[in-house]
Design a protein around this ligand. Structure first.
Ligand code: ATP
Length: 204
């Protein structure tokens, strides 16, 4: 069994996330991609974040009808900050010993890896799969490897998908009264409208 893990704030989930899940699944032959919404991401402690109930509901709506996409509430249900290494260890504990785990992240996040909690343990606990993100260069891997020994052996670099969408863009467009239907699944757009999410500027 091969499982991908896509962690994020998903505030909101968008077509970029879904394209990443689909591309990595196809290229690596994954059996499932587990979406893990963050509880309190410690690197963004001071940034405003929508309530977990909203973010989780939007993930559910977005992945409905994609049987290989799963949802884990492991970070939402845990008190305190969300550390990826803890999440991966918890997910691994639910798998069989021969199962493979792939943590998926964008190039923007790969550059930040040395600032994460226990990055050396993380690269030992799973493979990292880095996908391109328009607007971000692939970080220089030599200094990254020096800061996080073991990274190079753990890392799988993909050159697709290239989808220029971010949750910040979605939030900004909602707050300006612009359409977001080309950026996120229809049911998620409906949900945002129904609940008046991101309408005020301080949520952007
Ligand atoms: P925000 O704009 O609020 O920072 P985001 O769009 O980056 O949000 P997150 O939920 O923080 O969304 O992202 C979760 C993971 O998905 C991260 O590893 C991020 O790099 C990756 N990701 C998000 N959007 C894309 C995209 N369009 N292409 C590639 N990777 C992406």
């Amino acid at each position: 069994m091969k499982s991908g893990v896509l962690g994020g704030t998903f505030d909101p989930i968008h077509n970029g996330h879904l394209a990443v899940a689909e591309e990595v699944r196809r290229r690596l032959g994954l059996d499932e991609v587990i979406f893990v919404p963050a509880g309190k991401p410690w690197l963004r402690m001071n940034a405003p974040l929508s309530a977990a109930t909203y973010r989780v509901r939007m993930v559910r709506l977005a992945i409905a009808g994609r049987p290989y996409c799963k949802l884990s509430l492991v970070e939402i249900e845990r008190a305190g900050p969300s550390y990826t290494v803890d999440t991966v260890n918890r997910l691994r504990a639910q798998l069989d010993s021969g199962d493979e785990l792939f943590f998926i992240l964008g190039w923007d996040n790969l550059a930040e890896l040395p600032r994460w909690h226990e990055p050396r343990q993380l690269v030992r606990a799973c493979s990292l799969v880095a996908v391109p993100r328009p607007g971000y260069d692939l970080p220089d891997l030599k200094p990254l490897e020096a800061l996080v020994p073991g990274l190079a052996a753990s890392l799988i670099l993909l050159d697709a998908p290239l989808v220029d969408i971010s949750a910040s863009l979605v939030r900004e467009r909602v707050s300006r009264g612009l359409s977001i239907r080309q950026l996120i699944p229809g049911p998620v757009a409906d949900y945002i409208e129904e609940h008046g999410l991101y309408a005020s500027e301080n949520q952007v």
